[in-house]
Design a protein around this ligand. Sequence first.
Ligand code: PLP
Length: 429
Amino acid sequence: MASTNPETLALHAGWRRDPATHAVAVPIYQTTSYQFDDAQDASDLFALKKLGNIYTRIMNPTTDALEQRIAALEGGAAALAVASGQAASAMALQNIARAGDNVVSSTDLYGGTWNLFANTLRDQGIEVRFVDPADPEAFRRATDAKTRAYYAETLPNPKLAVFPIAEVAAIGRELGIPLIMDNTAAPLLVRPFDHGAAVVVYSLTKYLGGHGTSIGGMIVDGGNFDWGAYPERQPLLNSPDPSYHGAVWSEAAKPLGPIAYILKARTTLLRDLGAALSPFNAFLIIQGVETLALRMRAHSDNAAAVATFLSARRDVTRVIHPSYQTGVAAERTKKYLTKGTGGLVGFELAASADAGRRFIDALKMFYHVANIGDARSLAIHPASTTHSQLSEADQRATGVSPGYVRLSVGIEHIDDILADLTQALDAAG
Ligand code: PLP
């Protein structure tokens, strides 16, 4: 695809027509396995001498179109779809870190990612060291010889302070450490590879799918990180892999392109852990991706209008939105969010946690759900729901105060959004 415009790529990248039927829309290949041409074809596919369909646990034609489309939108080399955003985050790290290694992560994380890092990965022997992203140098200070990756969210909710991608990516590149960015809240608004990140992960469940129908995840390889240049720092990509007849991934991938990282993730982790995306979900998520550019614009415009509206209300003590940041966070909004400020808005009510609950209960159009990025407007009280498994101190570290309410502003008409907020605020007061 010659175009680099996201509106066009979202409709055309990775697919022209079905080779068998000439269908224009990507069909659902609800299929598990694929007939080899002959014995040589089969052995070449297994030996990675060429890429092609073998078995849907590790690749599928519908999923492949989605992977190519998102890789193109992101400006990456290749992508791997998985069953959920959680699977994407876990596998993105497990692909390069094993027991005894560590990862340095921003504190500003989705609650589920926090749990994965603080508990499950720790139990697997991978230590995650949390640092405050306000100071990019904190990543360097937490690094030692066993650090394999840096990890952060582009536009982390609830704080909605943009992560210093270029600053931390540059530190990592000095040390041979890739920056992995969860870009779930900012697709098309920020392309982390343009700022030096090496890997992007997504929960497709949110804006990319966009319609609240399917759970899914994606790992995108920027193809911009020279894994082979850091044999000590990145042993899993530079030493023989006994699970694939001794392949050294930084070498084995060379004939196929700069895709060592994602090739290893597909052929070892997805093969072994089996968290594959279903082709049906890939199909539904493709429908969402096709209108992503329009929706991100509408989400950004509506959320900015909601932030302005909330800031004028006397019962709202604080508005949390990328354009209401101060100091260095405000500078980062300007530097990174040049195409829109996203669909998320937080606020605190003067009357605290109880008022927050009353507000949520009074909403009529907004849905009260544990999700973001739906075309519909959504609201939640994180302290009693998404972040309730964290201690109060950990909640505060991720930016959740007891009275915080999070809105994921949808693409309805702005008048209807503001009308629902007005009546719910009045009822809560
Ligand atoms: N990353 C972010 C920023 C999220 O908001 C979420 C889900 O809420 C996830 C990852 C996990 O994604 P999933 O729910 O698809 O597993």
